[in-house]
Design a protein around this ligand. Structure first.
Ligand code: C2E
Ligand code: MG
Ligand code: MG
Ligand code: MG
Length: 284
């Protein structure tokens, strides 16, 4: 029909668009099945204290190994999960895993260890009291709030309104920390930092990638770190891939680093092994 009806009338419904829509629909259905069949995995990427050199936290990152397509990157399926609403269940599932794992690690390996979990804006918008579920899980696990850090994006602050801001305040009152992910990309309006209570900035890896002595990136990172410290926030550099980047970041006072130079995201058991080798936190 589309063909006979002529190009103008149906030009928006091109085969390429149709394929893309179909692909999203299939992925969305497969993702739902994967979640039900325990086909998702949580991996953890170490976050390293740059001053003392030990792993002090880890970021939980979801993985999906599709039966036919192989691994599908979160950058591809998270947006699909957000638009279908499935992100709510996925998010709860990831959070539950992370809480169980950090409880074990704190009990057995390092009583100060922290877990960092990404939260989609959709998770804050779905109901006014979403955060009380998260708090309940932490309390029921017998964990203090400061065992958990939540990574949010500017998108939440941009459109979040009072509801998001109240949830964030309640979470912080319970001791959780809030990290602003991918800082420096997007709009990065500094007014967010005035309006919302943020504990930590994660410098996006595009800046870290360009770090060289005398580079603009270095000046920007230094300025971000100075500003953050003035405001009582800590800084994590994302995407640290070389010793040189690590050294430059340490030289400008960056608190924490995360990236392939230290370790790739790994299954819980592998992180546990690393923590065992490390033998507890280093003295200050
Ligand atoms: P993000 O939160 O900024 O996570 C960091 C991403 O950078 C991860 O990609 C990680 O594997 C990657 N990365 C870490 N170190 C390096 C490095 O040295 N070089 C490079 N090139 N990349 C590095 P990943 O796991 O593919 O996740 C992509 C994004 O998907 C995350 O970005 C986050 O926004 C989202 N995401 C992942 N898991 C979850 C989740 O459980 N819930 C939600 N809402 N979003 C998630
Ligand atoms: Mg993150
Ligand atoms: Mg990030
Ligand atoms: Mg990022």
């Amino acid at each position: 029909v589309a063909k006979d009806a002529g190009r103008n009338r149906y030009s928006y419904f091109t085969p390429a668009l149709q394929r893309a829509a179909l692909n999203r629909m299939r992925l969305s259905n497969d993702l739902r099945d994967a979640l039900a069949a325990e086909g998702l995995q949580v991996v953890y990427q170490p976050i390293v204290d740059l001053r003392r050199g030990h792993i002090c936290k880890a970021e939980a990152l979801v993985r999906w190994h599709h039966a036919e397509r192989g691994p599908v990157p979160p950058a591809e399926f998270i947006p699909i999960a957000e638009s279908s609403g499935l992100i709510l269940e996925i998010g709860e599932w990831v959070f539950r895993q992370a809480v169980q794992d950090v409880l074990r690690w704190r009990t057995e390996l390092d009583e100060h260890f922290q877990i960092s979990v990404n939260k989609s804006p959709v998770q804050f918008h779905s109901e006014a009291g979403m955060h009380t579920r998260w708090l309940r899980q932490i309390v029921e696990a017998g964990l203090p709030g400061d065992a958990v850090s939540l990574e949010i994006t500017e998108g939440l602050l941009l459109e979040g309104g009072d509801n998001a801001s109240q949830q964030l305040m309640a979470l912080r009152r319970a001791g959780l920390s809030v990290a602003l992910d991918d800082f420096g990309t997007g709009y990065s309006s500094l007014s967010y930092l005035q309006r919302y209570e943020i504990d930590c900035l994660k410098i996006d890896r595009v800046f870290v990638h360009e770090l060289e002595p005398g580079s603009k990136a270095l000046a920007l990172c230094r300025a971000i770190i100075t500003m953050a410290h003035e405001l009582g926030m800590t800084v994590i550099a994302e995407g640290v891939e070389t010793a040189r980047q690590r050294d430059l970041l340490a030289s400008i006072g960056c608190d924490l680093g995360q990236g392939f130079f230290f370790a790739r995201p790994m299954p819980a058991a592998a992180l546990e092994e690393l923590l065992r080798q490390q033998g507890g936190p280093r003295p200050a």
